[in-house]
Design a protein. Sequence first.
Length: 438
Amino acid sequence: MRELFTNALIVNEGAVSHGWVLVDGDRIAATGTGECDLKAETVTDCEGCYLLPGVIDTHVHFRDPGLTEKATMVTESKAAVAGGVTSFIDMPNTKPATVSMEAAMYKMARASRVSEANYGFFIGATNDNFDELAGADYTRLAGVKLFLGSSTGNMLVDDEKMLDNLFGNAPSIIAVHAEDEKVIAEARERLKALYPGGIPVELHPDVRPREACIRATYHAIMLAERYGARVHICHISTAEELDMIARAKARGVRVTAETCPQYLLFDRNDFLRLGSRIKCNPAIKDPSDRVALIRALRKGGVIDTIATDHAPHLPKDKDGDALTAASGMPMVQFSLPAMLDLAEYDPDAEDIGIERVVELMCHAPARIFGIKERGFIRPGYYADLVLVEKLPLPGYKIKKTDVKSKCGWTPLLGRSLGYRVRRTVVNGGRGARPLEFE
């Protein structure tokens, strides 16, 4: 069965071209510019919409198994596909934690039955599971996830011997949650003394201060430099980390960097409007950090990828103060249109453009994590495609009924977006598959 996509604005490998894509089964059979005289059982006129490679979100928490009252592989993969995300990589802090190959295989088996998007998983490091990490199959896993600061799931690794062993004998890329636990503990105790009735949620950036991120990112970079390991710093939130990573790259350190939509769309002033809905770890920081992060997205910049850190909680879990409200927010469904909007309309995002968004959300994730035959519109690659339309301003406003995630909310509720996902194609419509890694 073949489907021909015609009259599309194809965004791929740094260029936008008017052309066509032929899909045969689960693969891209051919591509071209201009008109097409090839035949297919189904012809889809894209009507001048953008045709992109499917987004690869390399940082999600789908809560399955063990936290399925918040989310499931079923609901969150549906949310992903609704937002143009054709592949995801799930983090290990589920219940039980994914800290063995056996636990990872369980999640793969679950995803094979219910996921609507292609799926991959990290294995998590602990203070005492190096043998499990060394023996894991990294053709089936994206890499090792390392928590240098505690977050949901409490998988903190603080044993220096384990860290030396991990970086010195790294079996794969190491994706790092970089926050220094000692800095956080000191800040938390100081603020608890100042606010005995509860720390206001708008002070979350002070409970988990910027110094925690700076110190932990420096630690991870120094370990990577010392041992030659590949390290991917997750959810960068401060300007100082950008400078540090730029200098490390210039020295040849094998470091790449991710940021998330929440750090590009919000700053700490938004706590007064949105409260705990934007509470996440690391915390959203200052307006100057937001601007620095946006500018770092430009071609040749420090940031390599945008991922969501999609972390759904039920509304009741978000009740509370800076310590008691749950950290994390659902972002996977609206990340692509929100980032296209940012590139188009935010004055600080000048010169980014739709081609750069595709690099950050589709191409670079595939390249950095060695994902086989995905992330690009190329003949022979899997037919993971997303059709996006640009709407006349003021666009459309996100309503509660639009939300596909099980938790039923989004911090973007009420926000107007100028781009909308019209259709998402996973493996040519043949259903989800496990990601394969080189």
